[in-house]
Design a protein around this ligand. Structure first.
Ligand SMILES: [Cu+2]
Length: 138
């Protein structure tokens, strides 16, 4: 019984490995001789949207964001009467979008590896007052 079952499992795993190998070979144009030109992982960019508090509180509408590894863009709309921005900070990353007034949109992009990052407003005092959140990249 168990022997037969493990044989079946082995066959299934073998088939999957074969399918993966075939899929892996399919992408190459075949023009490069020496192989890997380091494929940009997944190629998918992620867009995240947040908003500043419309009532003037120093906070975003979200204090946690999540994204897969790769290019991540956070766009913040600012319905408040105060100026705000959005920036990303974390391992190897420290980049900021522009400060925008009421009705404006600030956005920031970075190529992120798995890890924990923070996004925050760069206007003096705002981050300290709570205008920040955690961005988890998986
Ligand atoms: Cu702010």
């Amino acid at each position: 019984m168990s022997v037969r079952r493990s044989t079946l499992v082995a066959v299934v795993i073998g088939a999957l490995a074969l399918a993966t190998a075939v899929a892996g070979c399919g992408g190459g144009g075949g023009s490069s001789t020496a192989g890997s030109t380091t494929p940009t992982s997944e190629g998918g960019a992620t867009s995240l949207h947040i908003a500043a508090n419309a009532g003037g509180a120093l906070e975003y509408n979200k204090d946690e964001l999540e994204a897969p590894a790769g290019k991540v863009t956070i766009t913040m709309s600012n319905p408040s009467n105060l100026s705000h921005s959005v920036a990303i900070e974390g391992p190897g990353v420290n980049t900021a979008g522009e400060v925008v007034a009421h009705g404006g949109t600030s956005s920031v992009s970075a190529n992120l590896k798995p890890g924990t990052y923070h996004y925050f407003c760069t206007v003096p005092g705002h981050r300290e007052a709570g205008m920040e959140g955690t961005l988890t990249v998986k």
